[in-house]
Design a protein around this ligand. Structure first.
Ligand code: NDP
Ligand code: MG
Ligand code: MG
Length: 330
């Protein structure tokens, strides 16, 4: 596994170039501002009626309609929601690309699943910060960076990897470390991780624990603290020092009880199901299902969102969080 740092990347590969960042959301604002403050020539591309226009202009960035930004740019980073990238690519981006331009992504979904099929005469690269955009921005303003993945899918001009490294450096990423990967590996591990562990797995684990306590006759408030609130404290320990730090920090009672009972919750049946989920990611079944869902106006997603909102843990949670003065009201 190749890991790159400051001395491995040279901003000169981007310095003579015009750079368009399409989108000014979580990732977009961080890429546009960090690269601009790294001395690069950046403009933001947005739809004309975009609610993000004013924010980008207030931050001192030049904003143009997407088609114009692409026409002007040599390097185009697409930081729009994944499900809209294909249609925006076909209508606003592709007609304005020139041979030798570089298309950049922060996630491989659209390239890996052939939603976007760029001409052979453009470079295609990825710079994927392993963090939410707001942390990409905050660490940069503090003089640091977050780890990033880079990948090259098409190398027409012969220097695409240097451009990707330069982008990662402009973001602050080479201060932390940049790992080289492929569009395939980034896309498949990202989707599997969010489905099985980070978003899907953790949410179902929390709900199952909460429901078990409430059905056992315990107050919902206590169940909330045990099964949702305290999870953050545990995850912080994993984040700082892995499984051993967590086990070191909790009581011996918790350590013994956890190690003997945990495998009864996450059984071999759970892992067998994870393997099926991974296969659906690998053979494109998940991607097709999600694209169909988007194209039909999110009928399932709307239902599932509503059932989550109605879950008792959400009701008790919103009351309890009002007691926590340090939480930002969102
Ligand atoms: P956001 O949802 O935060 O970005 C929204 C931006 O796209 C806004 O500027 C919005 O402007 C614009 N936009 C939304 N819909 C449209 C549309 N139909 N036409 C034109 N512009 C539109 O996206 P993220 O930053 O979360 O994701 C961007 C990319 O980064 C994705 O590929 C994602 O997978 C990847 N990524 C995201 C991470 C994250 O932290 N969120 C982490 C790593 C990778 P408007 O005001 O016009 O709606
Ligand atoms: Mg993801
Ligand atoms: Mg306890």
């Amino acid at each position: 596994m190749n890991v790159y740092y400051e001395q491995d990347a040279d901003l000169k590969y981007l310095q003579e170039k015009n750079i368009a960042v399409l989108g000014y959301g979580s990732q977009g604002h961080a890429h546009a501002l960090n690269l601009k403050e790294s001395g690069l020539n950046v403009c933001v591309g947005l739809r004309p009626d975009s609610s993000s226009c004013a924010k980008a202009r207030e931050a001192g960035l030049e904003v143009n309609p997407i088609a114009n930004a692409v026409k002007w740019a040599d390097i185009i980073m697409i930081l729009l929601p994944d499900q809209y990238q294909k249609s925006i690519y076909e209508t606003e981006i592709a007609p304005n690309l020139e041979a030798g331009n570089t298309l950049a992504f922060a996630h491989g979904f659209n390239i890996h699943y052939n939603q976007i099929v760029p001409s052979e005469t453009v470079n295609v690269m990825m710079i994927a910060p392993k963090s939410p955009g707001h942390l990409v921005r905050r660490t940069f303003t503090q003089g640091n960076g977050v780890p990033c993945l880079i990948a090259v899918y098409q190398d027409y001009t012969g220097d695409t990897k240097q451009q990707a490294l330069a982008w990662a450096k402009g973001l602050g990423g080479t201060k932390a470390g940049v790992i080289e990967t492929t569009f395939k590996d980034e896309t498949e591990t990202d989707l599997f991780g969010e489905q099985a562990v980070l978003c899907g797995g953790s949410a179902e684990l929390i709900k199952a624990g909460f429901e078990t306590l409430v059905e056992g006759g315990y107050p919902a408030e206590l169940a909330y603290f045990e099964c949702m609130h305290e999870l953050k404290l545990i995850v912080d320990l994993y984040y700082e020092g892995g499984l051993s730090r967590m086990n070191y920090s909790v009581s011996d009672t918790a350590e013994y009880g956890g190690m003997t009972r945990g495998p009864r919750v996450i059984t071999s049946a759970v892992k067998a199901e994870m393997k099926k989920i991974l296969e659906e990611v690998q053979d494109g079944r998940f991607a097709k299902e999600f694209i169909d869902e988007c194209n039909s106006g999110y009928p399932n997603l709307k239902k599932l969102r509503a059932s989550n909102t109605d879950h008792p843990i959400e009701k008790v949670g919103s009351k309890l969080r009002e007691m926590m003065s340090w939480l930002l009201k969102k």
